[in-house]
Design a protein around this ligand. Structure first.
Ligand code: NAD
Length: 264
């Protein structure tokens, strides 16, 4: 099992705590032999990320605020000094003002629209500009998205619009970087209780709805997402790029409320 990611080095961006999707991915990759580096946003998170990285045998924990070009440059300069090259990258970052993750999309402010797009969408392109230069032998990149990009979900609002743009950017990045052997994919994860998700209005209701109405009649875990990430980031995904892989217990294929779902 260890051989799947043996000899591969990758950067995990977006680890906040042991509930983070980035943690489910990092654990799975480390179990299969990957060597990991982590970036965190802001000093407050460093004391959480340091011990988690340590658990997976990593001492490469670097600051990066993806809203700041200089901060992204510093991250990649430090990584280049340490490793030279890079085999994979995980972008598990999103942000919006939680006051606008409830109520109506039509009321989104210009300022929060721009900020949500900048942090949740452009940042992936910005990091791929740097990562490309370090992936001389090809590579694999992964971002995280949600079904609210494809269909209207309650309260997701501007994040739905941002995820639609992120999914489109995955396709454009896949085209630009494919010739150099760099694959770019997304995982569309079902709802998972994380720090970021707690900002979304009625999130418990959304999770219950998914549990009752998905084909598998359950929610997904960060470990489910980790296993799909292992496929996309390892040689198992060698023929797959520009893909949006749903890890949502099948919810995205459902057309109406399940007949056995309880009233809510
Ligand atoms: P999380 O709160 O654990 O992770 C979000 C991360 O984004 C945090 O580590 C935070 O520090 C980072 N971040 C925010 N702004 C940043 C900035 N300016 N610079 C650097 N980092 C920044 O929550 P999560 O749910 O694990 O989120 C990871 C990704 O998964 C996000 O893109 C999210 O939209 C996506 N996603 C989540 C769910 C869900 O239900 N939890 C479902 C589908 C997709």
């Amino acid at each position: 099992a260890e051989s799947l990611m043996a000899g591969k080095r990758g950067l995990i961006m977006g680890l906040a705590n042991d509930k983070s999707i980035a943690w489910g991915i990092a654990k799975t990759l480390a179990e299969h032999g990957a060597e990991l580096a982590f970036s965190y946003q802001g000093e407050a998170l460093k004391k959480r990320v340091d011990p988690l990285a340590g658990q997976l045998g990593s001492d490469i924990v670097l600051p990066c605020d993806v809203g700041d070009e200089a901060s992204i440059d510093d991250l990649f300069a430090a990584l280049k000094e340490r490793w030279g090259g890079l085999d994979f990258i995980v972008h598990a970052i999103g942000f919006s003002d939680k006051n606008e993750l409830r109520g109506r999309y039509v009321d989104t402010s210009r300022g929060n629209f721009a900020m949500s797009m900048d942090i949740s969408v452009y940042s992936f392109t910005a990091i791929m500009q740097r990562a490309e230069k370090m992936m001389k032998e090809g590579g694999s990149a992964l971002t995280l998205t949600y079904y609210g990009a494809e269909k209207v979900m309650p309260h997701y609002n501007v994040m739905g619009v941002a995820k639609a743009a992120l999914e489109a950017s995955v396709q454009y990045l896949a085209e630009d970087l494919g010739k150099d052997g760099i694959r770019v994919n997304a995982i569309s994860a079902g709802p998972i209780k994380t720090l970021a998700a707690s900002g979304i209005g009625d999130f418990r209701y959304i999770m219950k709805w998914n549990e009752y109405n998905s084909p598998m009649r359950r929610n997904v875990t960060i470990e489910d997402v980790g296993k799909a990430a292992l496929f996309l980031l390892s040689d198992l995904g060698s023929g797959t790029t520009g893909e949006n892989l749903h890890v949502d217990a099948g919810y995205h294929v459902v057309g109406m409320k399940a007949v056995d779902a309880p009233d809510m």
